[in-house]
Design a protein around this ligand. Structure first.
Ligand code: SF4
Ligand SMILES: [Zn+2]
Ligand SMILES: [Zn+2]
Length: 319
């Protein structure tokens, strides 16, 4: 088999695209997929200031690399979640990536800034770790993006992630989640725009992109992800993909093309305007529908010293 573009030695075959590429043209293919997603969903413009939500894993580092290669002005933000060695290793990979390329990486520590970690918050709230983790990450990314003058926050959710989330939402017909499942969420109510430029690329492509670009990343899954429902859904979708290459793409983009608007408009009719009335949180000033925002409530609950072990088994995930 030969590269589709230059006919030289192939490093990867993409059955879903009926294509194979050499290293150079595979990297170019990945960047082109990002450009196509950015254009189709009007995610951001060439002169926008971008904040990349960096986890230290393959997706967020590959995304950051591609955005810089494509000429965008993109800084990173990594949050120290306090999940033992996993968090330490993740942060170190993000630092090394940024340092080697001369990029700006903001760092934020939950423990240093607020006196809790994801495991301790899970114990304090008696909820799955991903719940307080997701809430904390959303709040901090929003705050840093707003105070830093960024136009958009981008995350490394890829096609496998989005198809798995869609599968979970469809299997329970969770209409309010289906109404919001979009690769781009516009700025609203004081919250910055959010976008997922990797929706046209899967896990396998992202791992290959990192290997071929010499990007080192944390390979281990977060220990809190054990038992995660979305990992099971990914397994099911991978089986479908083997039997029918392109099945994930057809499932996810078929939803966006043919069904997403129906759920979004039905949601608007039942919940009224998307412009909810929010006012500043009395503690941190972030937009909130209550006097004190959910994150500040979490801080008041979780910022107490507790002994924890990293053994929780959540049933939801959020990057
Ligand atoms: S699996 Fe993801 S969302 Fe859950 S605790 Fe780990 S990093 Fe946070
Ligand atoms: Zn080639
Ligand atoms: Zn607050």
């Amino acid at each position: 088999m030969k590269c589709r573009v230059c006919k030289c030695h192939v490093v990867i075959e993409l059955r879903q695209h009926n294509s194979a590429f050499c290293a150079e043209h595979f990297l170019a293919f990945c960047r082109r997929q990002v450009e196509r997603a950015v254009d189709k969903f009007d995610m951001f413009r060439p002169d926008d200031k971008i904040l990349v939500a960096v986890s230290g894993g393959k997706d967020s580092l590959a995304l950051w690399d591609m955005l810089v290669e494509l000429g965008y002005d993109a800084d990173g933000l990594v949050i120290g979640l306090g999940i033992g060695e996993y968090s330490e290793a993740s942060t170190e990979f993000a630092r090394t990536f940024a340092r080697d390329r001369g990029l700006t990486l903001h760092e934020y520590s939950l423990d240093a800034e607020h006196g809790f970690t994801v495991p301790s918050a899970a114990q304090a709230t008696k909820r799955v770790p991903c719940s307080s983790c997701g809430l904390s990450k959303r709040h901090i990314f929003d705050s840093v993006a707003t105070s830093g003058g960024y136009d958009v926050i981008v995350t490394g959710h890829n096609l496998d992630d989005e198809a798995a989330v869609l599968f979970g939402n469809v299997s329970r017909w969770q209409r309010e989640y289906l109404a919001r499942q979009s690769p781009v969420l516009p700025a609203a109510n004081g919250f910055p725009r959010k976008a997922k430029p990797l929706v046209r690329l899967g896990e396998r492509e992202m791992a290959a992109y990192c290997v071929l670009s010499n990007i080192e990343y944390v390979v281990e899954e977060c220990p809190m992800a054990a038992g995660n429902k979305h990992l099971e859904y990914k397994g099911l979708l991978n089986d479908m993909e083997v039997a029918s290459p392109g099945a994930k793409h057809a499932f996810y983009f078929g939803f966006l093309d043919r069904a997403a608007d129906l759920f979004a408009s039905a949601q608007d009719e039942t919940s009224g305007s998307a412009e909810d009335v929010l006012s500043p949180c009395s503690v941190c000033g972030s937009p909130s529908s209550n006097d004190i925002c959910s994150f500040c409530k979490l801080v008041s609950l979780a910022a107490v010293p507790v002994e924890v072990e990293i053994t929780a088994r959540p049933d939801m995930i959020d990057k």
